[in-house]
Design a protein around this ligand. Structure first.
Ligand code: COA
Length: 142
């Protein structure tokens, strides 16, 4: 039987997460030097949700998100910013498990809402109960 587990990302996951990040970033080109320093900061930060999912001991996906303090929503919103499952292992419930474990943790911290900016995976999130809301605009540094 396959054993699926989620846990907090650690330094030992850096190589696999680099590979997964390159499958995630459709319209960006990750820079490995920047990635290494950001990865280190993320695993050291207590306030970040950075989970990996293992299938039979191999890391096959990760999820990254942050708590945003708000006044308008009467509390903390959890913003899920990166989620990727290895291309060869999609459709086996790993993405759903990462999101549901992150949701359990977010509700336990007292978050009032979860948001996710995505274009490619809206149907995936809708299948988990999310619904479309505001549009997401961005401005790059000149
Ligand atoms: C989106 C992603 C994480 C889903 O991971 P996954 O492990 O394949 O998803 P699951 O197997 O857990 O699927 C859960 C449900 O969503 C459905 N689903 C999965 N991917 C889907 C997609 N792209 N579009 C529509 N439905 C999808 C599955 O059929 C499943 O439905 P079910 O529970 O009724 O069977 C994965 O496709 C991925 O890494 N995509 C590239 C990166 C990306 O787009 N990330 C999201 C932006 S934050």
């Amino acid at each position: 039987m396959n054993v699926i587990e989620t846990r907090r990302a650690g330094s030992e996951d850096i190589s696999q997460i680099w590979l997964l990040l390159n499958q995630f970033a459709a319209s960006y080109s990750p820079d490995e030097r920047v990635f290494k320093s950001t990865f280190q900061r993320l695993i050291e930060s207590e306030s970040v949700t950075f989970l990996v999912i293992e299938l039979d001991g191999s890391v096959l996906g990760y999820l990254l998100g942050f708590d945003l303090l708000t006044m308008f929503a009467n509390g903390t919103i959890f913003s899920l910013v990166e989620l990727v499952v290895d291309e060869s292992y999609r459709g086996q419930g790993l993405g759903k498990r990462l999101v549901s474990d992150a949701l359990v943790q977010a509700w336990a911290r007292g978050c009032v809402e979860v948001v996710v900016p995505t274009r490619r995976a809206a149907t995936f999130y809708e299948s988990l109960g999310f619904s479309k809301s505001a549009e997401y605009l961005k401005l790059k540094r000149p």
